[in-house]
Design a protein. Sequence first.
Length: 255
Amino acid sequence: MKKALIIFGSKTDEKIYSEIAKGLKKAKVDFDLRVSSAHKTPDDVDKTLENDYAVVIAGAGLAAHLPGVVASKVIRPVIGVPCEGNYKGLDSLLSIAQMPPGIPVLAVGVNKGDVAAQNCAKMLRKYKNITIIGDKNTEAVKKAADTLKKFEIIPAFDSKPNPNSVNIEFTYFDEPVDEKNQLVIYCPLISEKDDTAEAALNFLKHTNHGLWVGLNNGVNAAIAAIEIMNFDNEFEEKLISYRKEMGKKVLDANK
């Protein structure tokens, strides 16, 4: 089994990363543990990520930039753990989940180290397909399917998760989200008229279990699923090329 990395921004988060370490030991997952800050020790973060980890579990509080910084530097799945500070951890949760399209972090709920460990263990196996649970006519679902097609992946559509797939489930805040044993990436959906600051509180409530990408972000759900499927480097070159294309689009704005 390949190795995972636990990396947290501060020793004040020790209770949470110790819980993750305990969970990975129980699941017999080999891992390294490092305390390093995206802001205070950026060079150390870079050096740590020179090792090829299969999954990275990154956690931080407040602005919680560490998971996103890690995701920008690797093409492996990154699980982000928001640590409670202000606003009951809502600031950290949103910082981790609301990543730009193409650079996903799979957020768990605030302080949910146990959920991070459980899902990390699930990722350390080979998956050969992706199942989408959602309405094909929804814009976020279309973007997810289109993104997968760029990698020559044709997803299956179903009404329930497949234990042999990486599952992407699209869900509205007014729908109950049952806890599942399968590996599921949740993509929250919300209409434009309901997109208010208050809606973030519903996101906080829904994330008590599972892995979550940002609001309506089908692209990140798809890329995260591909990164999980990249267990044997099957999609390595295509993921690198995809990142380079995104970077080029940004820099082209300077012309």
